[in-house]
Ligand binder design. Sequence first.
Ligand code: BDR
Ligand code: CA
Length: 310
Amino acid sequence: MTARPLIIDCDPGVDDAIALFLAFASPDALDVRAITTVAGNVGGALTARNARLIRELAGRADVPVYAGCERPMVRAPVDAGDFHGESGLGNLPVFEPSAPQEQMHAVMFLIEALMAAPTKSVTLAITGPMTNVAMAFVLAPQLAGRVAEIVVMGGARAEGGNITSSAEYNIYADPHAAHVVFSSGAPIVAFGLDVTHQVRSTPARIDAIRAIGTPASRASADLLEFSAGVERNIPGVSGAPLHDPCTIAYLLSPNLFRLAPCAIVVETGEGVALGHTSVELRDMEFSSMRWATHADDEGVFALLLERLRA
Ligand code: BDR
Ligand code: CA
């Protein structure tokens, strides 16, 4: 198997970190060309530092990290520190990683990388607000036709929102960027709350990850324990959802998910519905976008274990 060229655009973030560990642990299948970071769960300086820290724990200092947009395209920044802790990495002991970030801005890197690579050879995984990719698409609209596929964590249909009653955080944090990306014509697979809420940690799953005994697995277990603690404060909920890792799990093992062709329209008007995703599933067989409806949660955890062990 040739490894699939991949750029991961993220805002680590507890679950972004686990997505990164999963990708870093899969060099046979994923050729991670770069990590680009964006302000989101915490500020831009922290998300870039956290990406460098995770790559160091994973022993993947070979993967460059490019820091990107410090704020959303139009609206004021909204963080998610309540879910990710002050550092963005829960209770994980943070340190200054030894390898620096790259000098180039993430948006310029995305443009250069996608223009230089053969058409439709590079996949993008987006697990934060879509500001970097949207800015790249505004500067160079032809990029939408050059990506192989965009896998994105964002949106909510049947499940309702997690930051407002109908909006999911990544879309709410930069709805205008999400609009640019979803209306770009690029082939997109979207993993919204409908599916990521099906993939939750349990104490047994966390114990099994910790028992692997590597720095990446111990850090993953600590991160999941932190998130489970936060989720316990939400009535009727137990276990932390693995939102962002669903994107990488899909790239590694698409059969773990059920997808339906769709159209996605983002509400950008100021008001109670800001950031809502209207996901149309009727008569969509010719659409370039797909919406994830079901996940094999046992399978996702088995994959995570297998990869972290390897
Ligand atoms: C998304 O929001 C962020 O807080 C998480 O990292 C994930 O990308 C879930 O709504
Ligand atoms: Ca994220």
